[in-house]
Design a protein around this ligand. Structure first.
Ligand SMILES: Nc1ncnc2c1ncn2[C@@H]1O[C@H](COP(=O)(O)OP(=O)(O)OP(=O)(O)O)[C@@H](O)[C@H]1O
Length: 759
């Protein structure tokens, strides 16, 4: 191993620099020699004097290079050097003439003056208050920000992340973090509690410190929100925090009370009617338990969603019944169809309701009703807007209605960082808003949507309540339906007639607990019996690499999606991805690769974004730019760049996104994905292994969601015993939220108030 070498010199030439990552290659003039240095060297400029240490390595093309592991700025030594430095333009606002005057006025103390008494610069002719401000700012950037980043580098925080911290807190960040490193977890997306905890340990923060406990509680509530829960019972919260932090429970309980007083959590009596974790039951086991603890954002969102739904429901203008009857007649004639009983009811009631929910499985006519409703409102001269939670769902809606449909984020003019241009101050200019795939909308997005809808508008929510719930917290669609307060129609008759398709029919059968029709000649629903994991894997490999592309013409990469109920196990997503990557995109010398933990990415791989990133930039081939890649978006790796430490992914064949290596944890291989992650997407072909797994994941809900993702073909590979198990396992994931209760509460309050008004 080569030893650490130290050099001092002036940066003569910058060969390469990436501002985002801080990575740089430069020539250092040591007066005796030129050394090529490289590494993460943020904010270095030509003319800087540095002391660097690192190891010498031989690059096959560029020869000797020093990989820097430590860097220190050294003040320019000689008068000449100082003048050269000041006049180089490194500090904005100081050019050659000003540098000359500064040297005359302050001599070798010139830099100290900028640093310690910058107002003395006003003595120099040509420097007024405005220029002084510019000089101070640029100097800060040159020196302080550089030291700031070095400070974070020592804590293993990347330049990218350090800049995020700087943008949030400014230079005071260091002081703040030294007082309470957990603010990083609270305030900076991308830094979780565990990482902040490691930093805290490095800094010697005590395990029972109040910051640690407070941050731990917020962490648990956030983690639970990530699994769908809007709140936690206090006992469960105490237990989980105690276990995570390894501290006594009474300290946690005390901190919950303190946080509640400060408004950092919201606490309310838990209703006996809502779901509980086992721990939340009281000793008598009668189900009436202690307190529900919410993160304030979730509490507020739940309250506001309930309130706004009730408001919209209570305020609306009804069209005359004659219009509705005549419209239905005309629509049926125009389309050459006879609407079913429930379909007619849906159209009629949508027109007279402020909020209306249309649910139904595949092929039950949801899109047909959306189209009818749009026509009716347009005849009534109402402005209609359409949206769906994902890009794919919005695209499908556009195709089905021949009208523009946007993602909800776009509709609300998303600005990044959970900021939306459309809100109660600047509501959507529409009389009617129709949202498809509502089962995917979580409570936070629902709140943002409702916030931007004017009182008196019509809101129509369309979806399939048998799909899995949203990835984010809450169970919006199910709770709205369960409240029994918001008008809705469930379409239950299948209209999709097809000689060859069994997908919709089987989906409905499965939903009723009946066995699906399998393996009929010339149909689109197959089951291949294999019992052992390696046989299932082999069969899937053959289908993807040979039979489906060669005999049916499906593209293995674009058309076929493998869905699996779980990640682990012999036929889980991880095992499938390893196998499929090796056969569909094998290693080759010209393909770049990047390993992140256990994950290996290779140029050409199919990948999926696994969390919402509202701030990441994309560009497309038309030069358009935008922000945001969302949980479940699928794309392909087109470039892995070791020098820039970046990976480029193209989503939807057009949106190009560049990922810094530091954010590769937002991606995963996607030859196979979990059924949960596939929600809201559709694929031509779905293949699913059906094998042993935990009962929670071997459920009807998962099977139903998986097969309803397929447009043209479903192939299940596995053991019939487990297929039957899935059809009969109706246990659903339990989510802690109380939208239902709040809707009922606000409706009662509204009715009471209305009565008082008229008495
Ligand atoms: N009353 C009806 N009479 C005849 N055909 C109908 C009727 N309602 C719907 N259809 C037809 O049934 C098919 C499925 O309807 P539609 O696409 O509206 O259902 P969907 O619930 O939106 O389905 P999916 O959710 O699977 O997209 C379409 O071809 C549609 O034209």
């Amino acid at each position: 191993m080569s030893e650490n070498l130290v050099y001092e010199g002036i940066i003569e030439e910058i060969i390469f620099q990436n501002d985002e990552t801080g990575f740089m290659i430069a020539n250092l003039n040591t007066h005796e020699d030129y050394i090529c240095i490289k590494g993460v060297l943020p904010f270095i400029k030509s003319g800087d004097r540095l002391r660097v240490s690192g190891k010498l390595e031989i690059h096959p093309i560029y020869g000797e290079q020093l990989t820097v592991n430590y860097l220190e700025h050294v003040k320019p030594k000689e008068r000449d050097e100082l003048f050269k430095y000041l006049s180089s333009g490194v500090i904005k606002g100081i050019g050659e003439a000003t540098a000359q005057l500064m040297m005359q006025a302050f001599g070798e103390e010139a830099l100290e003056v900028i640093h310690e008494n910058p107002e003395r610069l006003l003595e120099i002719p040509g420097i007024g208050p405005k220029k002084l401000e510019q000089i101070i700012l640029s100097y800060k950037e040159q020196y302080e920000l550089r030291d700031f980043i070095m400070y974070f580098q020592n804590l293993n925080i990347t330049v990218h992340m350090a800049m995020k911290i700087y943008r949030k807190f400014g230079l005071e960040a260091i002081e703040k973090i030294e007082t309470n490193p957990y603010i990083l977890a609270d305030e900076i997306s991308g830094i979780g509690f565990r990482f902040a905890d490691q930093i805290a340990q490095k800094m010697g923060i005590e395990s029972k410190s109040p910051f640690r406990i407070a941050s731990g509680i917020q962490y648990i509530l956030n983690r639970e929100a990530g699994s769908g829960n809007s709140f936690l019972g206090k006992k469960t919260l105490c237990y989980l925090t105690e276990r995570e932090l390894g501290i006594p429970g009474d300290l946690v309980e005390q901190m919950i009370a303190e946080l509640a007083v400060k408004g950092d959590v919201q606490v309310e009596q838990m209703s006996p009617k809502i779901d509980h974790m086992p721990l939340d039951h009281d000793e008598n086991g009668d189900g009436f338990t202690d307190l529900a603890v919410y993160l304030p954002t979730l509490f507020y969102a739940e309250q506001q969603v309930a309130l706004k739904l009730v408001k919209l429901m209570m305020m609306n203008n009804q069209p005359p019944q004659t219009f509705v009857d005549e419209f239905i007649e005309a629509y049926q004639e125009e389309r050459g169809i006879l609407l079913g009983q429930n379909q007619k009811l849906a159209v009629t009631r949508v027109l007279e309701s402020g909020v209306f929910v249309i649910t139904g499985g595949p092929g039950t006519g949801k899109t047909t009703i959306i189209n009818a409703v749009i026509s009716a409102f347009e005849i009534l001269d109402k402005k209609v807007l359409l949206a769906a939670p994902t890009g794919r769902a919005a695209k499908r809606m556009t195709e089905a209605t021949q009208r523009e449909s946007k993602t909800i984020h776009r509709l609300l003019e998303f600005q990044g960082d959970m900021e939306f241009q459309r809100n109660d101050q600047n509501p959507l200019e529409a009389d009617v808003i129709i949202i498809d795939e509502i089962s995917m909308v979580d409570i936070l997005l629902m709140y943002r949507l409702l916030d931007a809808i004017k009182d008196g508008s019509h809101l129509i929510l369309v979806g399939d309540s048998d799909q899995l719930p949203s990835v984010g917290p809450g169970s919006v669609l199910k709770e709205i339906l369960a409240s029994g307060m918001i008008p809705s129609v469930c379409l239950d008759e299948i209209y999709r007639q097809s000689e060859t398709s069994l997908i919709a029919e089987n989906a409905h059968k499965i939903n009723r607990g009946q066995a699906p029709i399998l393996n009929k000649k010339d149909k689109d629903f197959f089951f291949i019996s294999r019992t052992k994991a390696d046989q299932i894997l082999k069969e899937i490999e053959m289908l993807v690499t040979d039979r489906l592309p060669n005999y049916y013409g499906f593209s293995a990469m674009e058309d076929i999606q493998i869905l699996a109920p779980m990640k682990g196990t012999g036929v889980g997503v991880d095992a499938l991805n390893t196998m499929l990557q090796s056969v569909l995109n094998p290693k080759a010398s010209e393909k770049g690769e990047k390993k992140v933990g256990f994950k290996l990415f290779r140029k050409g791989d199919k990948v999926m974004q696994i969390k919402n990133n509202y701030n990441i930039d994309w560009t497309n081939r038309f030069g358009e730019e935008g922000k945001g890649v969302f949980n479940g978006d699928i794309g392909f790796i087109t470039m892995i760049d070791e020098v820039y430490r970046e990976m480029t992914v193209v989503f939807d064949q057009e949106k190009e996104v560049v990922y810094d290596y530091a954010s590769l944890d937002e991606l995963t291989l996607a030859y196979a994905v979990t059924v949960h992650k596939s929600q809201g997407s559709e694929f031509k072909v779905v293949i699913m292994p059906v094998s042993y797994g935990p009962p929670m994941l071997m459920s009807r809900n998962i099977l139903y969601t998986a097969i309803t993702r397929a447009r043209e073909l479903v192939v299940l590979v596995g053991d019939k015993k487990y297929l039957n198990q899935m059809i009969h396992q109706t246990h659903e994931e339990r989510r802690l939220s109380n939208l239902k209760g709040r809707i009922a509460h606000f409706k009662n309050v509204w009715e009471e108030l209305s009565k008082q008004k008229y008495n």
